[in-house]
Design a protein around this ligand. Structure first.
Ligand code: SF4
Length: 366
C-alpha cells in the first residue's frame, strides 16, 4: 500500500511524521504549484471550486509517483465537499490510475474515525503505537502553527524585508526533519527565539487586517496567491483565526465533549444569518461582526462558485458593524498581478482611513 494525500499548507509535515513512525509507505506529491492547478482544472467538471481542482491535481501527481491509496478529506456538511471523493476517484480511474480513495470523514466520526483509517493503512499497527505516532504528529502541527503565528507579527515590522520568511522556511524544514520530541522542542524554541530577535522598526504601528473565508483557501497559500506574505511586505499585520492545530484541537477532541469554539462567532452572525449555510459562510459573516472594532480591514477569501462564501459576501455589506472588506475570489482564471494591485489599493484606503481617524481624534482632544 503506497499512501498519499493532497496538500493544504504544512499539513503534510505532521502526517509524514505519523506515517514514518508507523512505517507506512508515504508518497508525497510535489508542493502545490502551477502544474498541480493546471492538472486539476483540466480534469475537473466545469464550475467546481478551487479546493476540488487543487486536491485533484495533488492526487493525480501522487498517482503519477506510484501512490495507490489516497486519503482525501470529506464531510457530511451542507457543501458539496462530501461528494468530492467519489468524483475524484472516478476521474482518476478514467485517467487509468488504479487507486482507491479513502475519505477522511473526520466531521462524522471525529478522532475515532481518523484513528480507524490510520489503523487500516498501517496494516493493523497496535493501537498504542498509532496513538503515540498521532501525538508526535500533533506536536509537529502545534510547533508549525506557533512559528507561523509569530511570523505574521514580525513580517510587517521587520527592518530587512524577507527576514521572517527566510527564518520561517528554515523552521519548516527543521520541524519536518525533527524525529524526536526533544529535538522538536529545541527546534521550536530556537526558531521562536530567532524570530523574536529580528530587528524591528519600533516606530511603525502596522495596519491590522483580518483574513477570513473558506477553510482550504485560508490554509493553502498557493490557492490564495500567498496574500499573507504579500500583505506582510506591504507592512500589514495579518490576523487569521483559522489554524489547523486549533481546528484539530476542537474538531477531534473538544467538539465531541460539547465544547464548540464557534458558538461565539455564530452568535455574532445571528442578526444577519440565522443558520449554517455550509462550508464556512456563517463564520465569515461572524468574523466581520466580531472583529469590526479590532481590525482596520478584512479580507474575505472566497473560492469561485463556492455558494456558502457567495452568500456571506452578499450579507457582509449590510451589517451594522462597519469595516472595509475586500473580497478576493480564488480561481485558476485569476492572475496574481491583478490581486496585488487590488491589495495595494486596499492598503492605501486603510492607511488614509487611519490618518483621517487620527486627525479627527486630535481635533477632539484639542
Ligand atoms: S465550502 Fe465552498 S470552496 Fe469549500 S469545498 Fe465547499 S463549495 Fe468548495
Amino acid at each position: 500500500m503506497r499512501v498519499s494525500m493532497p496538500h493544504m499548507g504544512n499539513i503534510y509535515i505532521p502526517f509524514k511524521a505519523l506515517f514514518q513512525r508507523l512505517k507506512i509507505d508515504f508518497v508525497m506529491p510535489p508542493i502545490s504549484n502551477q502544474r498541480t492547478l493546471s492538472l486539476g482544472a483540466r480534469y475537473s467538471p466545469e464550475g467546481l471550486c478551487i479546493p476540488f481542482k487543487m486536491t485533484l491535481g495533488n492526487l493525480i501527481e501522487a498517482a503519477e509517483l506510484g501512490a495507490n491509496t489516497l486519503l482525501m478529506p470529506g464531510g457530511n456538511g451542507i457543501c458539496r465537499l462530501g461528494y468530492y471523493t467519489r468524483i475524484q476517484e472516478q476521474i482518476l480511474h478514467e485517467l487509468g490510475y488504479n487507486v482507491e480513495i479513502i475519505q477522511l470523514g473526520v466531521s462524522e466520526r471525529k478522532f475515532a474515525g481518523l484513528l480507524e483509517i490510520i489503523k487500516r493503512v498501517s496494516n493493523d499497527a497496535p493501537w498504542l503505537k498509532i496513538i503515540s505516532a498521532f501525538r508526535f504528529g500533533l506536536a509537529k502541527l502545534n510547533a508549525l502553527d506557533a512559528v507561523e503565528r509569530l511570523v505574521q507579527k514580525v513580517r510587517p515590522v521587520e527592518l530587512v524585508k524577507g527576514t521572517a520568511n527566510q527564518i520561517y522556511a528554515e523552521a519548516i524544514r527543521a520541524i519536518d526533519k525533527a524525529n524526536e520530541y526533544n529535538i522538536l522542542k529545541k527546534v521550536k524554541k530556537d526558531y521562536v527565539s530567532q524570530l523574536n530577535q529580528v530587528p524591528r522598526n519600533s516606530q511603525v504601528k502596522p495596519l491590522i487586517v483580518g483574513i477570513t473565508g473558506e477553510f482550504y483557501v485560508l490554509l493553502e497559500p498557493f490557492s490564495s496567491f500567498d496574500i499573507e506574505r504579500e500583505l506582510g511586505k506591504m507592512g500589514v499585520e495579518v490576523r487569521r483565526t483559522t489554524f489547523i492545530s486549533e481546528w484539530t484541537k476542537f474538531s477531534l477532541f473538544l467538539n465531541p465533549l460539547g465544547i464548540n469554539e464557534k458558538d461565539k462567532i455564530h452568535k455574532a452572525a445571528l442578526p444577519y444569518l440565522k443558520r449554517d449555510i455550509g462550508g464556512d459562510g456563517w463564520e465569515s459573516v461572524g468574523e466581520k461582526v466580531l472583529h469590526a472594532k479590532e481590525y482596520d480591514g478584512l479580507i474575505h477569501l472566497a473560492p469561485f462558485t463556492c455558494m456558502p462564501e457567495i452568500i456571506a459576501q452578499n450579507i457582509m455589506p449590510s451589517t451594522r458593524e462597519k469595516i472595509p472588506v475586500l473580497s478576493i475570489i480564488c480561481d485558476e482564471q485569476i492572475a496574481k498581478p491583478g490581486i496585488l494591485t487590488r491589495l495595494e489599493a486596499f492598503v492605501d484606503l486603510l492607511e488614509r482611513k487611519r490618518r483621517a481617524e487620527n486627525k479627527k481624534r486630535q481635533r477632539v482632544t484639542i
